[in-house]
Design a protein around this ligand. Structure first.
Ligand SMILES: [Mg+2]
Length: 364
């Protein structure tokens, strides 16, 4: 979920000042977490509740509980942070504290969905939770589809699937993904629907070479920059992990702009679904960087030899970088774990649940 938040923060200053280039400073002081981040926290909070409660036998009733928890959380967080760039209809929905969906096909359902894919134990569950999380407001078929496609891409990415496998799955079940970024970029305009955002965001990830590159791809398309980058960022996090310096920036922005209660939800979520991140760190990182293969261009034997040599050097460099990165991630992971160990997760969980049951979360 830091991936989605990172994308949102980077994109926050480009939503109304589009830039069609990948050359820009990633973070500026004027960046800030917008509605995408805050609603992601609301979904994370509801996911904590869902995973603690649900049993297969009572899926239907639990789904309603999940939706109720999510609606309450969106009302609470949305009204506590009112000026974060919510869409017009969503803003009205918040102010009226409505509990009815309004048939939206906006990209809001996809921008907030990432915690579902990290909390889920299967692709099926990820898509199911994505559907529930969308339906409380975005019950238009395209609104649900956008959330499900995003969650599916994240789940597949975090469980070690390759980019071409992810592309195939999305093509088969969701969007045709016919256009390359270079074809989308010149003609792409602001479009706040799911069908006008999610395929572009997924393509931005599929054509990327790193977490940062994915975010830059998304911003370079223009349009609804923060939301595009939030969707791309969620998938890229699951696939590449997030470099430490970017994560540090994200944490700093969150500490500046979010209160303790919301920060605690993020911490609890990351603690409870540590296994999802753990899989990511231990297996996927190795998988991504360990099994490196590159096909050289069709060239003559001499150049092929030179190419092989260059490739071997490149692989050695990558291996070194991979080891360093792995070490880095492991150290950071341990520090974070040590910190989290001091906060008994089960107590936090209990508090969150009781507060959600009362229909409001107490604010520290
Ligand atoms: Mg936004």
């Amino acid at each position: 979920m830091y991936g989605a938040i990172a994308g949102d923060i980077v994109g926050s200053i480009y939503e109304w000042n589009n830039i069609k280039t990948k050359q820009f400073p990633l973070f500026k002081k004027s960046c800030f977490p917008t509605d995408d981040s805050f609603m992601t926290v609301a979904v994370a909070s509801a996911c904590i509740y869902w995973k603690d409660h649900h049993r297969m036998e009572t899926l239907e009733r639990d789904a309603q509980d999940f939706k109720d928890a999510l609606i309450s959380e969106m009302h609470r967080i949305g009204n506590r942070y009112p000026d974060k760039g919510y869409g017009g209809r969503f803003h009205k929905w918040l102010l009226r504290r409505s509990r009815q969906p309004y048939h939206s096909c906006g990209n809001g359902s996809a921008m907030r969905v990432s915690p579902c894919a990290f909390a889920a134990d299967s692709l099926w569950e990820a898509e199911l939770m994505a559907r529930f999380s969308a339906e409380v407001t975005h019950d238009h078929p395209e609104g649900v589809k956008g959330a499900q496609a995003t969650a599916a891409a994240i789940y597949l990415a975090r469980t070690g699937k390759t980019r071409s496998e992810i592309r195939d799955y999305i093509r088969l079940h969701y969007y045709p993904l016919e256009k390359k970024l270079s074809e989308i970029r010149p003609v792409y305009r602001f479009d706040e629907t799911c069908q006008g955002t999610v395929p572009e965001a997924i393509e931005a990830f599929l054509e990327s070479s790193s977490f940062e590159d994915a975010i830059r791809n998304a911003i370079s398309l223009g349009g609804d920059s923060d939301t595009l980058a939030a969707i791309t960022g969620g998938i890229a996090e699951a696939y590449y992990g997030i470099p430490k310096e970017i994560k540090d920036y994200v944490k700093a922005f969150l500490r500046r702009d979010m209160d303790a209660n919301e920060l605690r939800i993020i911490r609890t979520f990351r603690n409870l679904y540590a296994h999802a991140f753990h899989v990511l760190y231990d297996d996927v990182v190795k998988f991504r960087f360990g099994g490196y293969k590159e096909e050289g261009p069709a060239v003559g034997p001499v150049r092929r030899k030179a190419h092989r040599k260059a490739l071997a050097e490149k692989m050695a460099r990558q291996e070194e970088a991979r080891k360093a990165e792995e070490q880095h991630i492991r150290e950071e992971w341990q520090t974070e774990q040590a910190m989290l160990d001091r906060v008994p997760a089960i107590v936090l969980l209990q508090e969150l649940r009781l507060a959600t049951e009362r229909g409001e979360m107490t604010h520290e």
